[in-house]
Design a protein around this ligand. Sequence first.
Ligand code: HEC
Ligand code: HEC
Ligand code: HEC
Ligand code: HEC
Ligand code: HEC
Length: 304
Amino acid sequence: MIRIIFLILLIFPLGCEKIEKIFIEEDILDRPPSERCSECHTKIYKQWKNSRHSVAWVSEKFIKKTKNRTKTKCLSCHAPLEIKPEEKPELRDKLRKEGVNCFSCHYREKTKSIHGPYKVFSPPHYSTYDPDYISSKICAGCHRKTYKNWKKTETDKNCQDCHMPSKKDRLVQKFPFTYFHSKKDLHNHSFPSLKAKEKDFMVEIIKDKTGILLRIKNIGIPHTVPTAQQGSPKYYITLSGIFKGKNIFKDDYMLTPESGLKPGKWKELKFFVDTKVEKVTIIIERKLSWINKKEKVLKKIFSF
Ligand code: HEC
Ligand code: HEC
Ligand code: HEC
Ligand code: HEC
Ligand code: HEC
């Protein structure tokens, strides 16, 4: 407390410009490692460390698929220099192992400052309010296919609304800055992949003489599921049939980003089942590109 009062007394007679001169830490704008940002933005750093962005360069699959990073056309989105809305980034020279890091997403050479979603008073480094950060365009240079797909739906939810959910908190954890600033919406920098919920799909079954027609519509996610730029996530749709308590049938379809569930469109899958079937169970599972495990999305049972 005494320290705070002392600080206020010290700072009170000075204008904002002078405060910036006292607190400016010039190396912050000199492409430092992300750990430098963690001194103040401790919470955001921890989240980012847990994100796929932080492993984009060191991911085993990426190394394998790019033949030990020799395929040059593959590299720039996995270790970008500076991201710009809707543009494919350039590859940077330094700190590539950090993948898509703080500096590449937030620094702009044009203004020589840190860009972000707020108008802030940030004495240690210059900041610029930039509305691109609350637009899906900021993700579009790399997530190109998903973005195109999303745009067609004309939804007002942007990528960040779902993949960077927010919570009121302080952006800075370091003394004394933490006391100078009010809480704001802190957006989750672990960029969760999320998982579809049952209510995201409409499922219908039509039985006829030749078997079962399964109809599925993606009504909750404003891009194809699964979706990918270069990864290979999958959806698995398994149908099994029961007659007099016995399993008489089981078959499945695998969906890729090319054949996936487009927003608002029915997908029809035909299963050739013996028509005496009395009950069918549908299970939908997904597998992300970087997890070798299937996860259940929904299970539905239909009786005839
Ligand atoms: C993939 C790009 C990306 C990376 C990597 C990234 N950020 Fe962000 N950051 C954003 C976007 C986009 C927003 C704005 C989110 C919004 O307002 O919807 C943001 C917001 C912020 C904010 C304002 C508070 C908030 O959460 O909205 C701070 C501070 C911040 N980032 C710091 C960092 C730090 C520190 C790192 C590294 C540990 C980092 N960011 C890594 C894209 C990124
Ligand atoms: C010595 C402390 C300190 C360090 C180190 C630091 N920042 Fe900040 N930063 C701040 C303060 C203070 C604010 C303003 C916080 C507020 O208004 O709540 C801020 C705000 C921000 C914002 C929001 C800008 C906006 O206009 O929305 C971003 C983004 C950001 N910092 C990114 C970074 C990145 C990236 C690094 C590392 C390269 C970094 N910061 C290092 C103190 C720091
Ligand atoms: C510089 C290019 C780039 C930008 C800009 C970018 N990303 Fe990414 N993103 C990647 C890469 C590369 C990966 C894959 C990393 C890996 O798994 O190896 C990724 C992975 C992800 C994942 C995890 C996907 C999965 O398969 O689990 C999500 C979610 C994500 N990004 C969301 C976003 C959002 C939201 C934005 C905009 C705020 C954004 N990204 C901006 C390059 C980028
Ligand atoms: C309304 C919420 C919502 C919005 C908006 C949204 N997503 Fe998603 N996204 C999801 C959900 C839910 C999943 C999980 C799907 C699954 O695998 O079950 C997902 C999955 C992903 C994945 C992981 C791969 C996959 O198929 O599981 C990536 C990458 C991704 N989204 C990127 C984006 C980008 C880029 C944008 C903006 C252009 C965006 N998303 C907008 C909800 C959303
Ligand atoms: C335009 C930017 C861009 C380029 C170029 C790019 N990637 Fe990616 N990559 C991404 C994004 C974004 C993701 C996140 C998941 C998704 O949407 O596929 C990703 C994810 C991946 C993944 C899955 C995640 C993981 O670590 O397992 C692999 C593997 C991958 N990329 C390999 C490649 C290869 C190989 C090339 C060259 C043929 C390449 N990438 C070029 C943007 C790019």
